[in-house]
Design a protein. Sequence first.
Lengths: 107, 120
Amino acid sequence: DIQMTQSPSSLSASVGDRVTITCRASQGISNYLAWYQQKPGKVPKLLIYVASTLQSGVPSRFSGSGSGTDFTLTISSLQPEDVATYYCQKYNSAPWTFGQGTKVEIK
Amino acid sequence: EVQLVESGGGLVQPGRSLRLSCIGSGFTFGDYAGSWVRQAPGKGLEWVGFIRSKAYGGTTDYAASVKGRFTISRDDSKSIAYLQMNSLRTEDTAVYYCARGARPKAFDLWGQGTMVTVSS
């Protein structure tokens, strides 16, 4: 099975900082990569699908890129409401594996 | 309102069974695939399994950790998906979410989750 590895596992940044999270697949998955945001105590929310398409209603400070095995989620200007854990997920074929998550905090 | 609502969670002893339900509303349930995702306390998201829409054969896939013990089914006439969990283990303790799947969007709609605790 293809493994999904996120880095870092956690980060602390200041409001307004540019934040980058990476997700690496152990084999190519084309662009079938989604990013989710899960705020503390809340349900996961789809942010980005097919690697770079922003889900409706998601702020434009979020962006995604990549194809094949290497993917990136970027928050261009971190806001207090972005405190959450972020997960990538492959969905080219089963199993639809999630990354282990990246916890984002405000410094 | 477009939503998914899970039910059926609770406390169950190891080795016993439990069936979770996920009711969809506000959209044509049969047009979408359905998936179950779980999250153990303090841990990350784990994909459990998936059922395709009837248009794609209604077939299922499962994570290795639950294959042979868990079964996903659907009743589109009632807009319900089920997760039948047999031979439950303590490591199955988690919040179980149902999610709507539709390529290319992955899981664009999630339920609020239902807690399953497996303990003697």
